[in-house]
Design a protein around this ligand. Structure first.
Ligand SMILES: [Zn+2]
Length: 493
């Protein structure tokens, strides 16, 4: 069985200021050929699940092609999409024919000229390989699943945890189902239910009610005889596209009725708790006061407005400025600011510096803030996270970094690339002990939880401004469906 493995992974925040250009994809690194195996085999990411499934099946010969993965940011440029997807198609054409194709997709990618990027990739691949080739795709739980995405692959599933700790497990399931299909052991049939509904980023955690219960429903349904896979996508409300929103997907073995029943039941159960799926963050000043009064640290403040995993620039200074204004100290805070890093590097280790950092991408994320203190650490920003944190990533590259400890009680980690604070190794590798901080500002909502929940005295979701603000009803949508809940509270399903 000859199987191609490839992927295109981007979560596009169409409200974010920085476009996902070809240059951005290139600097993040396109992984091709054998490197796809060596880079991912020991990770917990989607590709690791595909690789493991391939290795545990003696009749499978896997061919790693190309994998493009870029941190969430703005809309993908037409050039980036056409060049990268063109290369994916070229490789499939040149190295085929195939029995199966395994794809690591996100499901919430948007390009300037194509809003349903993942559906478009699937359609182009289907047109190239033909109707008889088995295609499997594993999507992020934040996928905005379109009819094309649900219909074109033979097998499609999503992660079922947020933070995403099961990417590898779900990809393994997808690959196994693909192999069994090629062997003729099963005939997957899918049913798909798109809900006119979003789950607010603050309520997306799958260990919290009500998402926990919905995921459990899906898991129970997946155990029923004849059922191959059940997914519940949370969707990504920061992508302004028609298919934006939650959806349920069920795959059975030759039983369309059962698939329809399961997808429908899961969608109805989700719709029934729609008001519980909404939420507001805590005002920044109030959260800082609470954290300041906590007898024990670290209290982790989740900067929802600058949620790097949702496409924001990682240089918002709103929370840091508020902490300084309120005199709340003992705070760890990271900021993406390559210029500030360079100034620290030139000054050197142990030097006193005064730099204006952060708040440089746009006005939505605050103004540059004065960081005056001593450069305590300089490095190239590469670190490794051996445990399964959000998305299962193992190797991180923050670009050149500097740590400045200020005279007024702040530990500032300056990075050259946007970093979402999802790994304790991020701090440890920069000589910072997370447990010694009173307050840690993490630029994320769900994604920092894998790393920080085990050590945090408390975690507080902030109502902080930015392009990933929890106040989604005020985002200027042009393309989403109407009516949708909670934008239109009288929406029906
Ligand atoms: Zn996600």
């Amino acid at each position: 069985m000859k199987v191609a493995v490839l992927g295109f992974h981007h979560e596009s925040n169409t409200f974010a200021p920085v476009a996902a250009s070809l240059e951005q994809f290139m600097s993040a690194g396109l992984v091709e050929g054998e490197r796809l195996i060596t880079d991912f085999v020991d990770s917990h990411a989607t590709l690791a699940g595909f690789i493991e499934a391939g290795r545990s099946s003696v009749d499978v010969e896997m061919t790693p092609l190309i994998y493009a993965d870029l941190n969430p940011m703005g809309t993908i440029t037409a050039e980036a999409f056409e060049v990268i997807v063109g290369r994916m198609l070229d490789q499939l054409r040149e190295q085929g024919p195939w029995d199966a194709v395994l794809l690591a997709l996100h499901g919430a990618a948007v390009a300037e000229h194509i809003r349903d990027v993942d559906g478009e990739i699937l359609e182009r691949i289907r047109n190239l390989v033909g109707a008889t080739v088995t295609i499997g795709a594993t999507l992020d739980m934040h996928a905005n699943i379109s009819q094309r995405m649900a219909r074109i692959p033979t097998v499609v599933n999503t992660y079922m945890t947020n933070p995403h700790l099961d990417a590898k497990v779900r990809a393994f399931q997808c690959a196994e189902l693909v192999f069994r299909t090629v062997r003729g052991e099963i005939v997957p049939v899918a049913a798909f239910e798109a809900l006119p509904l979003i789950v607010n980023i603050l309520r997306q955690g799958t260990s919290d009610v009500p998402m926990r219960d919905l995921v459990e429903l899906a898991r129970v349904a997946e155990q029923r005889p004849g059922v191959l896979s059940v997914s519940l996508a949370e969707g990504f409300p920061y992508a302004d596209v028609e298919e934006m929103g939650m959806s349920a997907l069920a795959i059975t073995d030759r039983d369309p009725e059962l698939a329809r029943e399961i997808a429908r039941d899961l969608a109805e159960a989700t719709w029934a708790v729609r008001s519980m799926l909404q939420g507001d963050g805590v005002a920044v000043d109030e959260a800082l006061r609470r954290a300041n009064e906590s007898p024990r640290g670290p209290v982790v403040l989740l900067d929802v407005g600058d949620n790097v995993g949702g496409g924001s620039p990682a240089d918002s200074t709103h929370v840091l400025a508020a902490a300084r204004r309120l005199g709340v100290t003992g705070v760890f805070h990271s900021l993406c600011d390559p210029q500030a890093v360079e100034l620290c590097r030139v000054a050197g280790l142990g030097a006193r510096v005064a730099v204006r950092a952060g708040g440089k991408t746009d006005r939505m994320h605050g103004d540059p803030i004065l960081i005056a203190g001593v450069v305590r650490h300089l490095d190239q920003g590469r670190f490794e996270e051996p445990t399964a944190t959000h998305g299962g990533k193992r190797f991180f590259d923050a670009g050149p970094r500097a740590v400045v400890v200020t005279g007024d009680g702040y530990t500032i980690l300056l990075t050259s690339r946007p970093m979402g604070n999802t790994s304790l190794q991020e701090l440890l590798s920069a000589g910072i002990d997370p447990l010694a901080q009173r307050i840690i500002v993490a630029k994320g909502v769900q994604s920092p939880r894998g790393a920080y929940e085990p050590i945090a005295a408390a975690m507080i979701q902030l109502d902080s401004p930015g392009c990933t603000s929890a106040a989604v009803t005020s985002l200027p949508y042009k393309h989403r469906r109407r009516p949708m809940y909670p934008y239109e509270t009288d929406a029906l399903y």
